[in-house]
Ligand binder design. Structure first.
Ligand code: ADP
Ligand code: MG
Length: 218
């Protein structure tokens, strides 16, 4: 830790970044790989202008993306703490996807087609005082919206869980699937390719992904 970091409270160590709370109440996201936070900040500003619930960007400096801190549990924590709400939370995640469906994709993103978050799972949704807020826009690009929905489905379906949590997950998924277009099934092979290429995946996960792809092609 540098002396500067000691004044910061580590809030989360995500897949790719460390997230700190600054004494002034703002949050700092810093990529461990030293990725330039500029594009993520530009997209978040664009999304806020278009009325999507994302944290307000305060500043970009060096490797730091400084933004509004949204107090509240992640949607994934809420599912664990209040499993009886899982169905409603799944519907809420589907509703966030419908808002993305309606949004004009920004020209400055790579690819073409609609706006894809590409990692819109319940760990990237913070349930703030004014509702659900979507974080972690670093992987966003343009493409087939159904692939984005399929990736969310896959993230929820393949995570290894203790048996006690499986009922909540199936309610979460049922709520989610009730709120999304059935065309998502056709996009599952493309979603699998993206997920398996992204990080190292263990054998159990690879077979869970393959099973889901097969189930969707029936
Ligand atoms: N603006 C924010 N307000 C509150 N919590 C946040 C905010 N941004 C990120 N977080 C928390 O930090 C975690 C990691 O940030 P994230 O952007 O998802 O990075 P990673 O790419 O490493 O997953 C998130 O899952 C969320 O819990
Ligand atoms: Mg994340």
């Amino acid at each position: 830790m540098t002396p500067r970091d000691e004044a910061h409270r580590l809030l989360a160590a995500g897949q790719e970044a460390d997230v700190y709370l600054r004494p002034d109440g703002l949050l700092v996201k810093r990529s461990r790989a030293g990725r330039d936070p500029g594009p993520e900040a530009e997209l978040m500003r664009y999304l806020r202008r278009h009325g999507l619930p994302v944290p307000r960007v305060a500043d970009v400096s060096g490797a730091d993306l400084v933004m509004e801190y949204i107090p509240g549990p992640r949607m994934s924590e809420e599912v664990d703490a209040k499993p009886w709400r899982a169905g409603a939370l799944g519907r809420e995640l589907a509703a966030l996807h419908r808002r993305l469906d309606d949004l004009p994709a920004p020209d400055f993103l790579p690819g073409d087609g609609g706006l894809l978050h590409l990692d819109l799972h319940p760990g990237n949704v913070v349930l703030g005082p004014e509702g659900a807020v979507v974080v972690d826009w670093a992987s966003a690009r343009r493409g087939d919206r159904r692939v984005d929905v399929a990736l969310s489905w896959m993230a929820m379906a393949v995570a290894p869980l203790r048996p006690l949590k499986r009922l909540a997950r199936s309610r979460l998924l049922r709520g989610f699937l009730a709120g999304v277009d059935g065309g998502v099934r056709a996009a599952m092979p493309a979603a699998a390719a993206i997920r398996l290429a992204r990080h190292h995946r263990d054998e159990a996960e690879v077979s869970a992904v393959r099973r889901l792809v097969a189930d969707c092609s029936d």
